[in-house]
Design a protein. Sequence first.
Length: 300
Amino acid sequence: MNLPNVTVRQLEYLIAVAETGSVTGAAARCHVTQGAVSLALSELERALDLRLVVRSPRRGAALTAAGARVLADARRVVGAMGDLGVEARGLSRKIGGVLTVGCYTPIAPFHLPAAIATFERAHPEVSVRFVEGSLPEIGEDVVSGRCEIAFLYDQDLVPGITTRTLYDQPPKVLLPADHRLRRRRAVALRELDGDPFVLLDVPPSERYFRSVFAAAGVEMVVTHRARGFELARSLVARGIGYSLTVQQPALGRSYEGLEVVAVPLRDEVPTTPVVLGWANGPLTRRAQAFADHCAALFAQ
């Protein structure tokens, strides 16, 4: 059986081209010349007998369908080689390399800063990078290998992802400070029927919130849609409507400094646990350490 003559450096250049969108950007990231990147890519394509990259003066460089498939394997190989290098240097008790973490955008402020800061203090030889996006986007990033591990909601996950639950909590109602129900210990959604509803609309949040309304026996009628968590809170603070949220900042004020009140739901409704997700199969040592670290951190 003849194995293709492929080097780790070639795979690193392919990853850099995919992430920067150009040979120029890849060369700058890898601290080599554009010619070196182009030559390595040509040799990789010849070794695999595949067209991996399409180059265009206007559009830079883009992966072909075959290139996208090879990219996922390239990330796994480069990550594994990074772990092997640490072991080979006799640092068996230490963890090093670059760890790319994905996160569903609405929950990123609640998880990424704390996780990155405390993990890098515990493991200073690991450099943590992150990507964020909608739940489907981050799920695809996990499966494709763009990130090794990700913070997700346990909802509508793409096939091929293994999860570990960090915590679970029910949603709360967000109300303006002068709302008639603001002083309640708990509120039933039926009591808000007819009030304008502000939906945090980042896929798949709408599906989840519709399931909450359905469980409470109330129709969800959306009057405003916000693509950002803080915009939704600011609209509520101004009295434009009420909203639902699973995450709640420590400070109950909008960007304008107006009060936002979070009240528990009286209804028995579905929850959406926060999980760590990774592509089916074994984790790298640094990703396993990150998973264990976050399990302890967010259990608090």
